[in-house]
Design a protein around this ligand. Structure first.
Ligand code: ZN
Length: 323
């Protein structure tokens, strides 16, 4: 009993010492923020946008402004859309990182489109540089995940293509780790059958430690081109295959893109607003809930943040989770 009292009074003394050291107001802010974080983490997924939100105010500009605006809207993730090139100074990158931490907006990067793991020997160094530049600047910007389009089959059979690309990808991760860069490289599932990036391809690439898929739900739906991959049963199959390949931890940190999509028998055409498309959001949500998944869902439809809010709201209603 006396031991207990001792511990208890020790804790009280610690409390007041800490309070005095930090200043009482700061201390309360820390307590408040921890409570907020606890409350906010009720949702299994963070929702947000791929690219800077459309209607962000002019000030502050750029990605920092985007992060502030998403926070004000109640969204909690953003993918920096470096899809043409990587041109960010270290100073700007550090400001982006600070804003992400301050506003609790989780960051990732969409690397340039012009990356092709299956490029020929002459082209590969340029592709590799784009992926590495995105990974390096992304890491300084506080991004934990680097999404990229894996490339094209060039009409070669997928098995042969994978033989070419696996050592290339492995070498990129190895070099990043030597630099103490901990980003996860995420090859995206692509919306056309001719493109490298089926679910199976991305899972194969994920045999490399430090590589996991970016599941683009719209692309997965458009890829077969016949309107399939739009039911709970089909999504559960996808997620169970993922779970079997990568395990429980990985299914709790899914990195996903979502939007409506227009497609032909060859696959993806255009991204659409979800409510104006045939995408069955509830069927997907049911599957995500059943496999107890979590992570980030980033919206890529033409109205970006509007649709991201729509998806977040729909998730809350469907799952019963509260923010
Ligand atoms: Zn993409």
């Amino acid at each position: 009993m006396s031991d207990r009292l001792h511990i208890y009074s020790g804790w009280t003394v610690d409390f007041w010492t800490t309070a005095l050291e930090f200043g009482y107001r700061n201390f309360l802010t820390i307590v408040y923020l921890s409570v907020e974080e606890g409350k906010m983490s009720q949702l299994s997924f963070r929702f947000g946008t791929v690219g800077t939100p459309k209607n962000k105010p002019k000030n502050p500009g750029g990605s920092v402004g985007g992060i502030h605006y998403l926070h004000d809207l109640g969204l909690r993730a953003m993918e920096l859309g470096w899809v043409r090139s990587v041109r960010v100074s270290d100073t700007t990158a550090e400001k982006i990182k600070e804003a992400g931490i301050e506003k609790d907006v989780a960051l990732s990067v969409h690397a340039p489109y012009y990356i092709n793991l299956n490029a020929d020997e002459d082209e590969w160094p340029k592709s590799r540089k784009r992926l590495m530049d995105a990974s390096r600047a992304g890491y300084i910007s506080g991004a934990t995940d680097i999404v990229f389009h894996p490339g094209s089959y060039f009409k070669q059979p997928p098995a042969g293509v994978l033989k070419t690309i696996m050592p290339r990808l492995e070498d990129c991760v190895r070099e990043l780790r030597v630099e103490e860069n901990s980003v996860m490289l995420r090859p995206e599932t692509m919306g056309k059958g001719a493109m490298l990036g089926s679910l199976e391809d991305t899972l194969e690439m994920s045999k490399i430690d430090g590589v996991e898929p970016c599941l683009d739900f719209a692309h997965l739906h458009a890829r077969p081109g016949d309107g399939s991959m739009n039911s709970t049963r089909e999504w559960i199959e996808v997620l169970e295959t993922y779970l079997k390949a990568l395990g429980e931890d990985s299914i709790k940190r899914l990195h996903c893109h979502i939007s409506g999509i227009e497609y032909t028998e060859k696959g993806e055409q255009n991204h659409l607003i979800i409510s104006e498309s045939d995408f069955n959001l509830e069927a997907l949500f049911q599957a995500l809930l059943e496999v107890k998944s979590g992570g980030r869902i980033l919206c890529e439809s033409p109205t970006l943040e509007e649709d991201a809010l729509f998806v977040q709201q729909a998730w809350q209603e469907f799952s019963g989770e509260e923010s």
